[in-house]
Design a binder for this molecule. Structure first.
Ligand code: COA
Length: 176
């Protein structure tokens, strides 16, 4: 039976992240060295940017990068799924959805620990090209509020935004 593990990325995962990036994204398609330079930059931006990987039988088959927006002590924290890539041979097996769900739980825990100002929830958003139906299908099952916005940011390609909100209940303080 295949053993699947979702965990935070470590520095030695970066070549694997770059390999997948160069396989499934256009920005550095077929240029793993260039993709490595790109992911190195984001990795160094921790905790502003946080990488997670999915392993099957100890092989990294997918990754996701999440970016916090607007500061680390926002009353309404917003974290964006900036990029998720599953290698082609592992797509359509539920790994992407499991990776996103598990990452959201870990990021809610991280936010609760690092931010004492949260008022009611942590929001997760993702922007995706409107023609990327595979990704929209996978996102729609995880970002429960569905499509909440649209824009045309780069070139002429329309994007839609999906959102999910996790309630955060804080204990009542007695010190003031
Ligand atoms: C989009 C992506 C992250 C989804 O991850 P995944 O592990 O393949 O998707 P899952 O198996 O978790 O989810 C499957 C669902 O997503 C859809 N899906 C997405 N990609 C699919 C694929 N290659 N094959 C089959 N179904 C796919 C299906 O509609 C399916 O819905 P269903 O369960 O109702 O049948 C992955 O396919 C990928 O890396 N794609 C290329 C890069 C990309 O477009 N990233 C998103 C933009 S940042």
């Amino acid at each position: 039976m295949t053993e699947r593990i979702i965990r935070r990325a470590q520095e030695n995962d970066l070549p694997h992240i770059a390999r997948i990036n160069a396989e499934v994204f256009l920005g550095d398609r077929d240029h793993p060295e260039s993709a490595k330079g790109w992911s190195d930059c984001w990795f160094r931006a921790f905790p502003l940017y946080q990488y997670f990987v999915a392993e099957e039988d100890e092989v990294v088959v997918g990754y996701a990068g999440w970016q916090a927006h607007g500061g680390f002590h926002r009353a309404e924290p917003v974290i964006e799924l900036d990029q998720i890539g599953i290698c082609k041979s592992a797509q359509g097996k539920g790994i992407g959805q499991e990776l996103m769900r598990s990452n959201m739980r870990a990021l809610v825990d991280w936010t609760k620990e690092s931010n004492d100002r949260i008022e009611s929830h942590v929001s997760f958003v993702v922007w995706v090209y409107a023609f990327n139906f595979n990704a929209i299908n996978a996102y729609a099952q995880v970002f429960g509020e569905g499509i909440q916005g649209s824009r045309t940011q780069f070139g002429n390609r329309a994007e839609v935004m999906l959102r999910s909100r996790f309630p955060v209940i804080r204990p009542v303080r007695n010190d003031h």
